[in-house]
Design a protein around this ligand. Structure first.
Ligand code: MSP
Length: 513
């Protein structure tokens, strides 16, 4: 059993923004989660560096294209490194290893008869580098760029995508959660109701130079999507590499903007190549900023580095996973982020943690007390911990991050109420209640150990801080999640450590609001 997680490879025509960071953080959290389950995991991200858009951006920056792509690709990589993204492989489509795989695949698919030469006239959007059918246009304009496509007629190479339409339909029907959530599966099924056209996979060099030359015709370069999608295989050293044998098929993560290439072009390419289809296509919605799409031209691009420097990395990761229901659009605003930080992190979790440790220091000199026989409320806490963990372990790999976290926060609420009802400060006053106080404190501390363990994929840094203050050091780190989640592993007699608040409140000036 192994898991191979991928993000889209991002175009280097723009700098990393919130949307890229979201997908990458989701992939990172899933990768960390699977590693914690003891599953062999590979996580790949990277950059998509060919095509017209990139060429134009290089020209606008006044740089030779190779220098430009090196620079922006490095910027993506640095951003992910700064954000502690635990990718195993960073792929670039300008790498010789990738180019070689693309050419090898093209030659093979061509030889097998699935690529043919023909003439095509159609409506072409230069921005998308794609042909559109009338029915795809919105009021006669490209749905993405809002410009009128140009009619162009030229000779090109085509991939026999239409040949695989029936196979693709059957596959989607046979594997209901192959494309998920369901709304995107339905979108693809609706699209497949119309006859599928063949895919134009070449661009004449006379028009664009910046691409991978077709191995069987020097006059053409490869259409950027036929090149880019293959990164998922070339990054595994397909076809002979060990990584390919160990890790394919992939679990892809994308947003809805690139559903069609991933749900239609890619599986039909794989079918033609004789490669097993990917395991899941996981599709999320869009972050909307100030009631609209984020774009450079609108000047509302949120830079991930800026955001994490201002609010903290774990805070942003928590917000991403808690605020967006995977599959649906969500609104991003600093106010929403601050609200989550202050309510969920500083108040609910941060206070619970600080109060529990504070009481253990005040009443038990910072030593984990031995629990006595549990009373009814303590048994309820243990049962709630088990339920919360079981739900979390079920929802997280099903991409229901928000639900997984909401469930964990219900448990945090239960613990905050448990403090109020068991009133340790009263127990501390009564000498014959010492055993009860030990038991209550133990249940709080052990519950916090469970919370730290479950939060590791979401907020790795904060989980580590929690673990250190609970006196666990790295011991929490040596076990798989199911091993860690065994009640009673927090050993009585262990020394707790004082530390700074986990999540400082964000104070907002009235006028700034
Ligand atoms: N290069 C192609 C992908 C090729 S994959 C074989 C591409 N690149 S991109 O830079 O435009 O990245 C698109 C992806 O960035 C989306 O699918 C999503 O993962 C992420 N996002 C970009 N903007 C986003 C939002 N506003 N909200 C959420 N995710 C967004 O397409």
């Amino acid at each position: 059993m192994s898991v191979y997680l991928t993000t889209p490879i991002y175009y280097v025509n723009a700098e990393p923004h919130l949307g890229h960071a979201y997908t990458t953080v989701v992939a990172d959290a899933l990768a960390r989660f699977h590693r914690l389950l003891g599953v062999q995991t590979r996580f790949q991200t990277g950059t998509d560096e060919h095509g017209e858009k990139v060429l134009e951006a290089a020209a606008a920056a006044g740089l030779p294209v190779k220098d430009f792509v090196d620079r922006v690709s490095a910027l993506f990589r640095q951003t992910w490194d700064e954000m502690d993204i635990s990718y195993d492989h960073f792929i670039r489509t300008t790498q010789p290893e990738h180019v070689q795989v693309v050419q090898e695949v093209l030659a093979r698919v061509h030889a097998a008869g699935d690529i043919y030469f023909g003439e095509y006239g159609g409506l072409y959007c230069y921005g998308c580098e794609a042909f559109y059918l009338e029915r795809d246009l919105v009021h006669g304009l490209c749905p993405d760029h809002r410009v009128k496509p140009t009619f162009i007629k030229e000779e090109n190479y085509f991939f026999r995508m239409s040949k695989y339409q029936g196979w693709l339909l059957d596959y989607i029907n046979d594997y209901p959660d192959w494309i998920r959530p369901e709304r995107y599966r339905n979108e693809v099924l609706a699209f497949l109701k119309e006859p599928l056209e063949d895919l134009c996979i070449s661009r004449p060099r006379s028009r664009i130079e910046w691409g991978i030359p077709l191995p069987f015709d020097e006059r053409y370069v490869t259409y950027v999507w036929f090149d880019a999608l293959l990164n998922y295989l070339s990054g595994l050293d397909y076809p002979e590499g060990e990584a390919y044998k160990n890790f394919w098929p992939a679990q892809h993560l994308i947003a809805k903007d690139i559903l069609k290439p991933h749900a239609i072009y890619w599986p039909t390419m794989l079918a033609s190549m004789g490669v097993e289809p990917f395991r899941h296509l996981n599709v999320h919605g869009y972050w909307q900023v100030a009631e609209g799409k984020m774009s450079k031209s609108l000047g509302n691009v949120v830079e991930p580095r800026w955001l994490t420097a201002r609010y903290g990395l774990d805070q942003v990761r928590y917000f991403f996973l808690r605020e967006m229901v995977f599959g649906l659009d969500a609104h991003f605003s600093e106010a929403a982020l601050i609200a989550r930080i202050n309510a969920d992190l500083a108040n609910d979790l941060g206070n619970l943690f600080a109060r529990s440790l504070g009481m253990a220091f005040k009443y038990r000199q910072g030593v984990v007390p031995p629990p006595g026989g549990p009373a009814e409320p303590d048994k309820e806490v243990t049962a709630a911990a088990r339920d919360a963990a079981a739900d979390f372990l079920r929802h997280f790999p099903a991409l229901e991050f928000s639900r997984a976290l909401a469930g964990l926060w219900e448990f945090i609420g239960t613990l905050n109420r448990y403090i109020v009802t068991s009133a340790p400060w009263e127990l501390a006053k009564a000498p014959d209640a010492a055993g009860r106080l030990d038991t209550v404190l133990y249940h709080l501390l052990e519950s916090l150990r469970w919370i730290a363990a479950l939060l590791r994929p979401v907020m790795p840094g904060s989980a580590l801080k929690m673990s250190e203050q609970l006196g666990l050091g790295l011991s929490l780190w040596d076990h798989t999640l199911p091993q860690t989640l065994t009640w009673g592993r927090l050993l009585p007699g262990g020394a707790l450590k004082k530390g700074p608040a986990l999540f400082p409140r964000i104070e907002v000036e009235e006028k700034e609001k």
